[in-house]
Design a protein around this ligand. Structure first.
Ligand SMILES: *Cc1c(COP(=O)(O)O)cnc(C)c1O
Length: 426
């Protein structure tokens, strides 16, 4: 029986047999025992599936990956030690030196740096396009060596909503997959595979964990992209891997399993961005309440956004749940049950006005984090971006007065009261 997502949040991944623990066990072991060298040899040859070393696979992590796979509606999934590792692996698994990737420009700063600086040093070129670009503009960005298209469902921190169908159609017209970072929406509010995305990534550090305890990442494959139909573009999946006695991933593991198996067998083997089983356990606990927390984050953020947008000391508010927001229509289409708890806004007085406001805030903590149960706030111009002038900030889309507010799951009245009294004092 196919369950709905709320049931999957609670139940998927770990199904104990008679006498086994009801709660997902933490298998805190690096190694796994075999009776004979032959048995273990078959695992090393990818001829049999099983555990032998936690850098590659671990039963606790695999159960949580299976839960995320089920939630996103995919065919295979893996956990990683961070969201950064997830986006690196997701792209590097199908693009290498000499290749090209198209990305929405509205993405997380860490991902932008990974793509534009570090992966460029690995020989992969990125073209950044505006999130609201037309199909023609997207088409024009493709090159013969383009291997993937990338975007974020809801961009952190710009809060643009990705037109997933437009990006997926363009990717498919050119024979490459669309990779979507679904961190802010979570599979509770959007399942990008239903709109044509081929691969989904997550920083599980945010809402999936939900309590700010564990940095982590995940990659999920929809199994819908036909690698063999574009075999010349993806030789890593369609030609023999000599490091595993010449197996061809697309043949041996099929369309639903090839991408993730290759990613584990090659990239996790060599780069080792492995999550700890204990962190996977904490992540699983977080996901068990994801479907309860997300609607509360959204309702609270909506209430805060409406309060702010009616306040005379607030100059602007960005939240796709507000009618009139430039992403309102896209939000209605892709995020009909709500987007997330993150919004941004500015107050009178520019950079100094924002600093003054933050000084008087109550309840909302000043931290470099988003998307957990506790309300928190960040003013990039006086923290993460403090070396930049007002002009430089505006050029990179971060206004000097921009504050990013991550609305938690406390009582909305208390969150608003904490903001309201700070506004009164500036
Ligand atoms: C935080 C974040 C990342 C990076 O994830 P880490 O877990 O911090 O490595 C990637 N993408 C998005 C959208 C994020 O918010």
């Amino acid at each position: 029986m196919a369950y709905k997502n709320g049931t999957k949040c609670v139940q998927s991944g770990w199904s104990p047999k008679t006498g086994e623990p009801r709660v997902l066990p933490i298998i805190q072991s690096t190694t796994f025992k075999y009776g004979t060298s032959e048995e273990m040899g078959r695992l090393f040859d990818l001829e049999a599936s099983g555990y032998f070393y936690t850098r590659l696979q671990n039963p606790t992590s695999d159960c949580v990956a299976a839960k995320l796979c089920d939630l996103e509606g995919g065919t295979a999934a893996m956990l990683l030690s961070s969201g950064q590792a997830a986006n690196l692996f997701a792209v590097f698994n199908i693009a290498s030196c000499g290749d090209h990737v198209i990305s929405s420009a509205a993405i997380y700063g860490g991902t932008y740096n990974l793509f534009a600086v570090t992966m460029k040093k690995m020989g992969i070129e990125f073209t950044f396009v505006e999130p609201d670009c037309s199909a023609e503009e997207l088409d024009a960005a493709f090159r013969p060596n383009t291997k993937a298209v990338f975007g974020e469902t809801i961009a952190n921190p710009a809060l643009d909503v990705l037109d997933i169908e437009t990006f997926a159609d363009a990717a498919h017209r050119h024979g490459v997959p669309l990779i979507v970072d679904n961190t802010f929406a979570t599979p509770v509010n959007c399942r990008p595979f239903e709109w044509g995305a081929d691969i989904v990534t997550h920083s599980t550090t945010k809402y999936l964990d939900g309590h700010a305890t564990s940095v982590g990442g995940a990659i999920i494959d929809s199994g819908k992209f036909d690698w063999k139909a574009h075999a010349d573009k993806f030789p890593g999946l369609t030609t023999p891997d000599e490091s595993y006695h010449g197996i061809v991933y697309a043949d041996k593991f099929g369309q639903g399993g090839a991408y993730i198996t290759k990613c584990v067998a090659q990239l996790m083997r060599d780069f080792g961005s492995t999550p700890s089983p204990f962190n996977a356990f904490l992540l699983n606990l977080g996901i068990e309440t994801l479907h309860v927390r997300m609607p509360k984050h959204c309702a609270n953020a909506q209430a805060v956004a409406e309060f702010l947008s009616g306040h005379e000391k607030v100059t602007w508010v960005r939240y796709c749940g507000l009618p009139g927001d430039k992403n309102y229509e896209l939000g209605k289409k892709y995020l009909p049950n709500g987007s997330c708890g993150v919004l941004s806004f500015g107050v009178r007085g520019g950079r100094a006005g924002a600093e003054n406001f933050m000084k008087h805030l109550k309840l909302a903590a000043i931290v470099t984090h988003v998307a957990d149960a506790r309300t928190c706030i960040l003013h990039p111009a006086s923290s993460t971006h403090r070396q930049m002038s007002d002009e430089e900030l505006e050029a990179c889309g971060v206004l000097p007065d921009l504050m990013r507010l991550s609305v938690g799951i406390e009582d909305a009245d208390d969150i608003i009261a904490g903001i309201s009294q700070a506004l009164d004092q500036i």
